[in-house]
Design a protein around this ligand. Structure first.
Ligand code: MN
Length: 156
C-alpha cells in the first residue's frame, strides 16, 4: 500500500496557500523514481478517506512534463485545474484546458502532457483500493504506434 500519511486525516478547511498548493498538503514525488517513465510531475493527496473510499489527488507537471503512459482496471475522473495541455484517452488525443473534465474508463491507455509553456495540473479521483497501473509492452506500443497521431504523442 502507498503511504499517504503526509496528508493529515481531519481538517475542516485547508486553504490554498499559493497557486494549487494547500495548507498541510505535501508536494510529493509522482511515483517512485525509476518505477515507470514520467517527467517533471508532482503529486498532492487532497482527500483520502476510508468512509468515502476514494482519494482526490492533484497532479501537476511543469511545461513539457508528462504522466506515465499506463492503463489499469480502475477508472479516473479528472478535472483540469491549472493550465492546458493534451490528454491521450484510448486512441484519441484531446486538447484540454482549465475546468475541462476527462473521463478515463478502466483498461484504457492514458497519458497527460503539459504541451504549453506553463504548468498543467489536474484533479484526479480514484478508488482508495485499486489495482496497480500496467505499463505498455513492446507489443502494446507497436499497436498504439500504428496510429500516427498517437505515435507522435506518447512518451515512454
Ligand atoms: Mn492512471
Amino acid at each position: 500500500m502507498t503511504d499517504f500519511t503526509e496528508t493529515p486525516a481531519v481538517a475542516p478547511l485547508r486553504a490554498e496557500t499559493d497557486t494549487c498548493r494547500w495548507q498541510s498538503v505535501g508536494v510529493m514525488a509522482y511515483k517512485e523514481e525509476g518505477s515507470a517513465p514520467f517527467k517533471d510531475i508532482t503529486r498532492q493527496t487532497l482527500f483520502d478517506d476510508p468512509d468515502l473510499k476514494c482519494q482526490v489527488r492533484y497532479f501537476e507537471m511543469a511545461a513539457g512534463g508528462h504522466s506515465t503512459l499506463e492503463r489499469h482496471e480502475h477508472m479516473h475522473a479528472v478535472m483540469i485545474l491549472r493550465g492546458e495541455g493534451h490528454a491521450l484517452v484510448g486512441t484519441r488525443i484531446f486538447a484540454v484546458k482549465e475546468r475541462d473534465l476527462v473521463n478515463i474508463p478502466g483498461m484504457t491507455w492514458h497519458q497527460f502532457r503539459a504541451t504549453g509553456d506553463a504548468p498543467m495540473g489536474f484533479l484526479c479521483v480514484v478508488n482508495q483500493e485499486r489495482d496497480k497501473p500496467q505499463l505498455p509492452t513492446e507489443e502494446d506500443l507497436r499497436g498504439m504506434r500504428s496510429d500516427a497521431e498517437v505515435a507522435a504523442f506518447i512518451r515512454c
